[in-house]
Design a protein around this ligand. Structure first.
Ligand SMILES: Cc1cc2nc3c(=O)[nH]c(=O)nc-3n(C[C@H](O)[C@H](O)[C@H](O)COP(=O)(O)OP(=O)(O)OC[C@H]3O[C@@H](n4cnc5c(N)ncnc54)[C@H](O)[C@@H]3O)c2cc1C
Length: 461
């Protein structure tokens, strides 16, 4: 009997589901339909031309310290095409000036005392306070913590606010005082649980740890869309339909009914929903318990401003990959990637390109600016920090409303409840994607693989 599977959403999560389903059903392919609202696949992976280079409008790299991204690239035959950042140096803004991040930083946690002291990012007293972590007794409170709680407890508030929040907060567009330690920084949690000292725990991890020479992140000369485009091009049995906005998913006498604008209803034996939770909850009119759980996941909004200058107009040597901005600086920008220094393929004798992020949880000020005043404001901030003498010559704004799910304390329990509720109310429906169990690209691929396996098990029951 032919089975019909519908996948909703053509970002990296939905595409990974389709790819894995094709592999799992290799000898007996079902009908797989992928419905995508926009005119292109990729979702938050989007690359477009800027000053003659292919430059990403959101994600520009993926983590290589977890296997799922690398494994998929190997399967797709594109592992040889990787590139990695040209520089590992980075900076943080302190009182309006740049300070180089100290050596031995792990997710913002300094593990080398002298390097921290020399960096002048925190006061000498705060550096000493942080160093005391190595001799202080274990003071774990006995319950799950937020990132901020751990760092404030072991290393003090200045390390939390000037190093850890700018780094982990900017990866998640979040507030580390609210983010779940185990979900957003499992490496820090493991170090703190296995040692009474967080710094010693991180040093032990480094001493035992893997391949230090290999890059932490990688990308492609064509930008990250190369991954999603290759993935799509290798789908053999999936009918990918773009410009189709799904409106509801309902139980039906013959399985599940998927309704979308502009096409007849589709009946399916299984449906994988790979849209963000704040979108997915709108599909379930008849199941209020699922809706109310999904609505508990909060999101933050960001915009990414790509801005180009003549190289001769920038006095700063841009010797690094970029800079982070603590909340206390009061700037609109939260981070700035010195894209043409970071990525070897964007290096260009004539131009400099920056990718500036604005917006994070609790800071939506950028939404009050229209595009031209947002670029103007960001350009003024850059001018002061990087000694820029001329005007920018090209700019592009990519707005990403509600793009970063906030993994607050208790998120994992909430997601478990959502899974349980959906199994009861809508058997055959599976949720996947960045809202649930990891928001980086490799984690989305992993969840896509898991959703495909869950569908396979369900249909083979
Ligand atoms: C600015 C920014 C920078 C980032 N940088 C990085 C990075 O450097 N590295 C990294 O690993 N991660 C990064 N991330 C995170 C990562 O890109 C995302 O978490 C991931 O791409 C999400 O993939 P997804 O498939 O789960 O969701 P999405 O990419 O959101 O895909 C969902 C898809 O569903 C479609 N859709 C929505 N509504 C409907 C509907 N009603 N019907 C049909 N289709 C619908 C959307 O159009 C979209 O294509 C970044 C994210 C942002 C926003």
């Amino acid at each position: 009997m032919t089975r019909n599977i519908v996948i909703i959403g053509g970002g990296i999560s939905g595409l990974s589901v389709a790819y894995r389903l094709e592999k799992l059903f290799a000898s007996d392919p079902p009908n797989i339909t992928l419905l995508e609202k926009s005119s292109a696949i990729g979702g938050k992976i989007r690359t477009s031309s800027f000053l003659g280079h292919q430059i990403d409008e959101a994600a520009d790299a993926f983590l290589t310290r977890v296997p799922w991204g690398l494994d998929l690239c190997s399967e797709l035959g594109i592992a040889a095409d990787y590139i990695s950042p040209a520089s590992s140096k980075a900076y943080v803004v302190v009182n309006g000036s740049l300070r180089q991040l100290p050596l031995g930083l792990v997710l913002g946690v300094p593990t080398k005392f002298l390097s921290l002291l020399k960096s002048r990012i925190v006061s000498p007293l705060s550096a000493i306070r942080a160093g005391l972590d190595r001799i202080k007794p274990d003071d774990w409170p006995g319950h799950d913590e937020t990132v901020g709680e751990l760092i404030r407890r072991r290393l003090g508030p200045e390390i939390a606010e000037k190093l850890v929040d700018p780094l982990i907060g900017s990866i998640n567009a979040g507030d580390t005082d609210l983010l779940d330690l185990g979900l957003v920084a499992p490496q820090l949690e493991a170090a703190a649980r296995n040692n009474k000292s967080l710094i010693n725990g991180l040093r032990n991890q480094a001493a035992q740890g893997g391949d230090k020479a290999s890059p932490v992140f990688c990308s492609f000369p064509e930008g990250m869309s190369y991954l999603t485009n290759t993935l799509r091009s290798q789908l053999k049995h999936t009918d990918v339909q773009t410009n189709i906005e799904v409106t509801s998913v309902l139980n039906h006498a013959k399985g599940l009914k998927v309704s979308a604008q502009g096409i007849p209803d589709t009946l399916a034996d299984a449906v994988v929903i790979a849209t963000p939770a704040n979108v997915s909850c709108k599909f379930f009119d008849s199941t209020p318990s699922v809706i109310s759980l999904l609505q508990q996941i909060e999101f933050s909004s960001v915009a990414l401003i790509t801005i180009g200058y003549r190289r001769s107009d920038i006095l700063n040597p841009l010797n690094g990959s970029g800079m982070l901005v603590p909340r206390s600086e009061g700037l609109l920008m939260t981070a700035c990637s010195w894209a043409s220094s970071k990525w070897p393929h964007w290096v260009d004798d004539n131009h400099v390109v920056f990718r500036v992020s604005v917006g994070r949880y609790g800071d939506n000020r950028f939404n009050a600016y229209d595009d031209s005043s947002l670029v103007r404001h960001v350009a003024d901030e850059l001018k002061n920090l990087l000694e820029i003498e001329g005007e920018f010559i090209e700019s592009r704004i990519s707005r990403w409303p509600n793009s970063f799910p906030q993994y607050k304390r208790g998120h994992e329990t909430l997601v478990d409840s959502i899974d349980t509720q959906i199994k009861t109310d809508l058997p055959g429906v599976f949720l996947t994607g960045s809202s649930y169990r990891g928001l980086g690209i490799p984690a989305c691929i992993r969840q896509g693989n898991e959703a495909a396996r869950a569908v396979t098990d369900y249909l083979r029951q």
